[in-house]
Ligand binder design. Structure first.
Ligand code: NAP
Ligand code: G4F
Length: 344
């Protein structure tokens, strides 16, 4: 019989890619979607899998809803990807973020335990838990120091996952994933904001992209590679936690330069009256400006992951390079802008 997976956050970037690879493996997919005025199915549509998954109404805020869904579906595996996932918003909505990203995890774990504890559970943990990094590169042994309500909430969910594994013997594991991007990334995140902005500038629909901290560094990989690691973790006989990362770090500034290179523009940086700008070297036009509104009250300055454990035990490795990722994102956004093809 086909395995059954319940994916919370199926409408998001990772949920869509994960559905795609699990469908290829023959899984029956149930995707939890919360009630909104229009259900966000654009990514599933773009991957041409919308009619291959079963959508069920489930909000992480509502335990009775979670219980009914899990009781009815009886999934072999649950991938808990649902979250208020935007760090900046978590400073304005710390309580809502905790409700979903922290307590929401316990709601699912408790129901899995109550129903006999047979369902395997994956928790979407994050490199944002390392925050003000205590050592580099970061691996499974690195102490955590979260710098946002999002990071703090995720750290609670991380430890709850470990606690249910140790206390109740659940097959529960947590993937500490570093930033991963794709053409399906939400437009609020810096990489997609840049690639969409570059495409709009190339097609003369926009003049300038406004950013915040250009010096922040991230270990950016491709989401399609990272969802495979989630699946591999749940196939382990003994559940444990893994860091998933590329082992390379780049600044937001590097990302901007490389994204403009895709459309043959070279960026020159300058500071006027304390504000940094990026100009087109050839025309002198300002293509990037910086605005303090895009800065965070507390920043995670530097992330660099060490995925040695995942490489050794899961035989996982990233396939898409930093340059190829940027090129893939810019080209897809050029196509979207040219054809007015925005499905999410
Ligand atoms: P995403 O695109 O923002 O997707 C988040 C998903 O969660 C969406 O499907 C969203 O539904 C759903 N959701 C939000 N609140 C919910 C609620 N109350 N009840 C049910 N569903 C809810 O995020 P992503 O990039 O795919 O990331 C997936 C997971 O990995 C998240 O937990 C994120 O925190 C974590 N993570 C991501 C990264 C990364 O770099 N992408 C790195 C580490 C960890 P709507 O469509 O209705 O908004
Ligand atoms: O793209 P970001 O918003 O991603 P961030 O905060 O690293 O969070 C993402 O990765 C986490 C894993 O580490 C996930 F858990 C989380 O769910 C999410 O997927 O910002 C990246 C960096 C930050 O340092 C930010 O200050 O880019 C900097 N930045 C500079 N200007 C900007 C901007 N970020 C955004 N979103 N918008 C800007 O204009």
């Amino acid at each position: 019989m086909n395995k059954r997976a319940l994916i919370t956050g199926i409408s998001g970037q990772d949920g869509s890619y994960l559905s795609q690879i699990l469908l290829d493996k023959g899984y029956e997919i149930y995707g939890a979607v919360r009630r909104t005025s229009t259900i966000n199915t654009g990514r599933l549509f773009e991957l041409d899998i919308l009619n291959k998954v079963n959508l069920v109404a489930m909000d992480l805020a509502e335990i009775t809803n979670i219980q009914r869904v899990i009781e009815e579906i009886k999934p072999d595996e649950i991938y808990n990807l649902a979250a208020q996932s935007f760090v900046q918003t978590s400073f304005d909505q710390p309580i809502y973020t905790s409700e979903i990203d922290a307590i929401g995890v316990t709601r699912i774990l408790e129901i899995v335990k109550m129903l006999g504890g047979k369902t395997k559970f994956y928790q979407a943990s994050t490199s944002e838990m390392f925050g003000k990094v205590q050592s580099s590169p970061q691996n499974e042994e690195t102490p955590f120091y979260p710098r946002s309500p999002y990071g703090v909430s995720k750290l609670y969910g991380h430890w709850m996952t470990i606690n249910y594994r140790e206390a109740w013997n659940l097959h529960a594991c947590s993937g500490i994933l570093f930033n991963h991007e794709s053409p399906l990334r939400g437009v609020e995140f810096v990489t997609r904001k840049i690639t969409l902005g570059v495409a709009e500038i190339a097609k003369k629909k926009k003049q300038c992209i406004s950013l915040g901290n250009l010096n922040a560094k991230r270990d950016w990989g491709f989401a399609g590679d990272y969802v495979n690691a989630m699946w591999l973790m749940l196939q382990n006989e003994d559940p444990t936690d893994y860091v998933i990362a590329t082992g390379e770090t780049h600044s937001v500034r590097d990302f901007v330069e490389k994204a403009f290179n895709v459309i043959d523009i070279e960026i020159e940086w300058s500071i006027d009256n304390g504000v940094e700008f990026g100009r087109c070297k050839k025309s002198g036009n300002i293509l990037i400006d910086t605005n303090k509104d895009n800065n965070r009250p507390a920043e995670t300055d530097y992330l660099l992951g060490d995925a040695t454990k995942a490489k050794a035990e899961l035989k996982w490795k990233p396939e898409v390079s930093f340059n190829n990722l940027i090129e893939m994102m810019v080209k897809k956004d050029m196509d979207r802008v040219e054809n007015g093809n925005f499905s999410f």
